[in-house]
Design a protein around this ligand. Structure first.
Ligand SMILES: [Zn+2]
Length: 423
């Protein structure tokens, strides 16, 4: 008899476990869209717990003043006067704009008129001003910011036509394309992306009250281009976070791949080319980047402006000395940037605008790189990278790197859309 009960007990326990497991797994499955579970939180607005309040929300209409609005909710003229007196140039308490939201927190009504105890005016989607009338003697006015939530997202895509098209096809924002092209600006030539190139990236987006307000930063990623996986691994040393490749070399090169956003290369570095104006064969020890008139041209690297002048052949031109080895030269500007001879420039500063001054047949930038006084090919020039990971930090870098590579590799490529194929 006893054994029978023991057996039954075992059966019940096993069944209970199986049922529990079944539901646990089921729950996990239905949980698929990875929404982080929210903890039980007390509902609040503008940091004020909602319990006990009745809220009245409206927008500022034309002709409304802060005073007239507050007056409708039982705030006396004396109190409105006080608010006016609390206003200063840097702390304006009365200025409101048509169309902006306001909310009245009330817990009593007098003759059917809700009495404002707290009044919140939204200066923008991020900032708000809180007027607290709960204390009879003093009005408390605070300018506050809504809390910004950072949510981490993952994205991946294969280039078919262009980076932009890939973004659109997969429902990513244009800002992500821009952020990608900035993160990988030193390692990927975005003008020569090929079908089959791909990327995987982890990035942040900012939200206020569940509303997306913009793209945060790229956390890390990989871009497959030119037959190579080019990694961007974030690492912090000396309290500065930069991107590094898998060996700990800085992703940032000391020189930009191209000092402008060009449309095409109209003339390469060669020892023999037919000159378009003089129709004579001669060397062209530079690269000509075609670009629309007025396209900004950037300093290819940090340095000092050593030339900024007009010359018959070169037109308006600038030369930058970067160090004892490198110098860069930019010709045919329509106009110059704000820097003069002797000024320090940082990589990316605008030194001029594409034009066609001098011996030129159309708007383009003639770009030279001088290495120890010799004009080298800017397109095959391998610029030295910025500072790598310090050897003292290498162990920590390796550990963090492995985690990033694992996480990024796990990102799944989006399914190829069937309807794009020919039926
Ligand atoms: Zn040229």
């Amino acid at each position: 008899m006893k054994r029978k009960y023991t057996f039954l007990l075992i059966v019940i326990v096993v069944l209970a476990i199986v049922i529990t497991l079944f539901f646990l797994l089921k729950e996990k499955k239905t949980d698929m869209p990875e929404t982080p579970k929210k903890e039980e939180i007390i509902p609040e607005k503008y940091g004020i717990p909602l319990e006990g309040w009745t809220l009245y929300t409206d927008t500022v209409r034309s002709g409304d003043y802060l005073g007239t609005i507050l007056n409708k909710y039982g705030i006396t003229s004396q109190q409105i006067d006080k608010i006016g007196k609390m206003s200063t140039d840097s702390f304006n308490t009365t200025l409101i704009n048509v169309g902006n939201l306001y909310t009245v927190f009330s817990d009593t009504t007098i003759d059917g008129v809700p009495q404002a105890k707290i009044f919140v005016y939204e200066n923008s989607s991020v900032r708000y001003t809180k007027y607290d009338f709960r204390n009879q003697d003093t009005i408390l006015i605070e300018k506050l910011r809504k809390p910004i939530d950072t949510i981490t997202h993952k994205a991946a895509g294969v280039i078919e036509y262009s980076l932009w098209q890939t973004m659109i096809d997969n429902g990513y924002s244009w800002e992500l394309a821009l952020a990608l092209s900035q993160t990988f600006a030193w390692t990927v030539d975005f003008y020569s992306l090929q079908p089959g190139d791909w990327f995987k990236v982890i990035y942040n987006e900012y939200y206020i009250e569940d509303k997306r307000i913009g793209l945060g930063e790229i956390e890390g990623g990989v871009f497959f281009h030119g037959g190579k996986e080019l990694w961007a691994i974030p690492f912090t040393q000396d309290s500065i976070t930069c991107f590094y490749d898998t060996l700990g070399n800085s992703m940032r090169k000391t020189f930009l791949l191209a000092p402008l956003e060009y449309t095409h290369i109209s003339s390469r570095y060669t020892n023999a080319r037919m000159h378009p104006i003089f129709h004579k064969v001669g060397p062209h020890l530079a690269v000509d980047f075609s670009a629309p008139m007025g396209t900004p041209v950037y300093a290819a690297s940090d340095g000092t402006i050593v030339t900024r002048t007009y010359q018959e052949g070169a037109g308006n031109y600038v030369a930058i000395k970067h160090n004892s080895i490198y110098k860069t030269v930019y010709m045919h500007f329509s106009s110059f940037g704000t820097y003069n001879v002797g000024d320090r420039v940082n990589q990316g500063d605008i030194i001029g605008y594409v034009g066609s001054t001098g011996w030129s047949t159309g708007p383009h930038l003639h770009y030279e790189v001088h290495e120890n006084g010799v004009k080298i090919d800017p397109l095959s020039f391998e610029p030295p990278p910025a500072e790598p990971v310090d050897s003292a930090n290498m162990e920590r870098f390796d550990k963090e790197k492995r985690k990033w590579i694992d996480d990024i590799n796990k990102i799944k490529m989006p399914e190829k859309k069937a309807e794009k194929g020919i039926k």
